[in-house]
Design a protein around this ligand. Structure first.
Ligand code: GAR
Length: 201
């Protein structure tokens, strides 16, 4: 059993590289108590929109210095969060760190993995012409978007949707579900059976 029931409010850090809309929802849900965790910091690999969102919400933000993965490891050792939440963090985490923090790093990806891993997944799926796509929340391993899947939600792509409409709908799904899954990971027991994440004792 990896998930644990706890009495203290757990700590999380959120990593982003861009716009930061997923960071904002997670932070707001934490501040209003729906996500029962404290966001200790936003960590980014470069100046980006997420920082301004953190400033507005009164959450500390840290820009990783080079080499980013060494700085990242030191920060994680200092903060010792219960969960490291990737929300649009566009760096590949080195294998020594994915091993060291296995089941502690969670990522959201805007497609139904294993379809369309990597960058621009929404555009890849749109241009491929899929009728159904969605979102995947998974643990991070050494591969690119290959870790054990925790949660997926599908979305039907309507024929009259353009790319922007699909993006908007994918982001709505992400905002609706990511904080709930993070909360579940912090409070509900689960097991890893091979690649499978199985909820329950
Ligand atoms: C989200 O759609 C997230 O799923 C994606 O980046 C976007 C960040 O948006 N992540 C990946 O593609 C990871 N491979 P945001 O900055 O507005 O939260």
């Amino acid at each position: 059993m990896y998930g644990v029931l706890r009495s203290e409010l757990p700590n999380i850090v959120i990593l982003a590289s861009g716009n930061g809309s997923n960071f904002q929802v997670l932070a707001e849900k934490s501040l209003n108590g729906e996500l029962q965790a404290r966001v200790k910091a936003l960590i980014v690999d470069k100046p980006c929109g997420a920082i301004e969102r953190a400033n507005k919400l009164g959450i500390d933000s840290i820009v990783l210095s080079k080499p980013w993965y060494e700085n990242f490891e030191h920060l994680i050792e200092d903060i010792n969060p219960d969960l490291i939440v990737l929300a649009g963090f566009m760096r590949i985490i080195p294998e020594n760190l994915t091993q060291k923090y296995f089941l502690k790093i969670v990522n959201i990806h805007p497609s139904l993995l294993p379809s369309f891993p990597g960058k621009d997944a929404i555009k890849q799926a749109y241009e491929y012409g899929v009728k159904v796509t969605g979102i995947t929340i998974h643990f991070v391993d050494a591969g690119i978007d290959t870790g054990p899947i925790i949660f997926q939600k599908s979305l039907e792509v309507k024929e009259d949707w353009d790319l922007e409409t699909l993006e908007r709908n994918i982001h709505m799904l992400e905002h609706d579900f990511y904080w709930r899954v993070v909360n579940d990971l912090l409070y509900k027991p689960y097991k890893i059976q091979g690649r499978k994440v199985v909820w329950g004792v």
